[in-house]
Write a protein that binds this ligand. Structure first.
Ligand code: ADP
Ligand code: MG
Length: 264
């Protein structure tokens, strides 16, 4: 049964899409069965997975609004050995249409039930806002990964996001957990970044991934080649960092399982 992870932060440009694509590819490279869901109407995860958002026959819109079965919406051909539910501008309309439908917050969760046992990990790339699409992602997810840049206002945004996650969890998804906070586009020569990073660790402890994603031009270039960084330049620092992150996530979930067994 897949673990469903939402990659969320209401701020734009913090690395949600880069993380979604490269983590999905890295997990798939460890032979896990992976589905990536693009919920951002910009369709960047779609294009970055080598799928043309202007040519797709189905998107998350069909899944959420028209209740087309997930099996029909999933694209199995991507550049990253994972499956994809695509997004494009149509998904903007989904956000509006969803307002009118029954059980609008749990559409995604319901839609994924039928395919959940076919995957080990399902990642959801969220739009840069706390709209109904993000609410659907958080309602469907077991856990949230929060990518963030270590800059001055980042902690403020993070507190707001944590509050929202908690409120939402109370309403529609009591089991939702913070999987981890990921430092992205990190430049260790920047003193402010180091300060913010220290504050993060003080405040959130183990929730902060040890793996740090460095600022790396290969990560920024790869999407224009329609591929995850590991298939564009596998020796790049960016590709290696996301492989390390996948390893850290797997180790964490394994040790959590062992702890659960020990306490049974
Ligand atoms: P979001 O999805 O949160 O809006 P993106 O993943 O699209 O953020 O990243 C924003 C921009 O920063 C993109 O142009 C992306 O290529 C670039 N970028 C993301 N992560 C890195 C990184 N670690 N190093 C260099 N550029 C990055
Ligand atoms: Mg994005």
């Amino acid at each position: 049964m897949a673990k469903i992870i939402a990659v969320a932060n209401q701020k734009g440009g913090v690395g949600k899409t880069t993380t979604s694509i490269n983590l999905a590819a890295s997990m798939a490279a460890t032979r896990r069965r992976v589905l990536l869901i693009d919920l951002d109407p910009q369709g960047n995860s779609t294009m970055g997975s080598g799928v043309d958002k202007y040519q797709v026959s189905h998107t998350a819109y069909d899944l959420l609004v028209d209740e087309v079965p997930a099996s029909e919406v999933i694209q199995t051909e991507t550049s990253g050995k994972y499956h994809l539910i695509a997004a494009n501008g149509d998904v903007t309309a989904a956000e509006i249409k969803l307002m009118e439908v029954f059980a609008r917050e749990i559409r995604l969760r319901t839609a994924l039930e039928a395919v959940r046992d076919q995957y080990d990990y399902i990642f959801i790339d969220c739009p840069p806002s706390l709209n109904l699409l993000t609410v659907n992602a958080l309602a469907a997810a077991d856990a949230v990964v929060i990518p963030m840049q270590c800059e001055y206002y980042a902690l403020e945004g993070l507190t707001a996001l944590m509050d929202t996650i908690e409120k939402l969890a109370r309403l529609v998804n009591p089991k939702l957990a913070i999987e981890g906070i990921l430092r992205t586009m990190y430049d260790p020569r920047n003193r402010l970044a180091n300060d913010v990073s220290d504050q993060l660790k003080n405040h959130f402890g183990d929730k902060v991934y040890r793996t740090v994603i460095p600022r790396n031009v290969r990560l920024a270039e790869a999407p224009s080649f329609g591929a995850p960084a590991m298939y564009y330049d596998k020796s790049s620092a960016g590709a290696k960092a996301y492989l390390a992150l996948a390893g850290e996530m797997l180790r964490r979930s394994e040790s959590a399982q062992i702890t659960a067994l020990e306490t049974e």
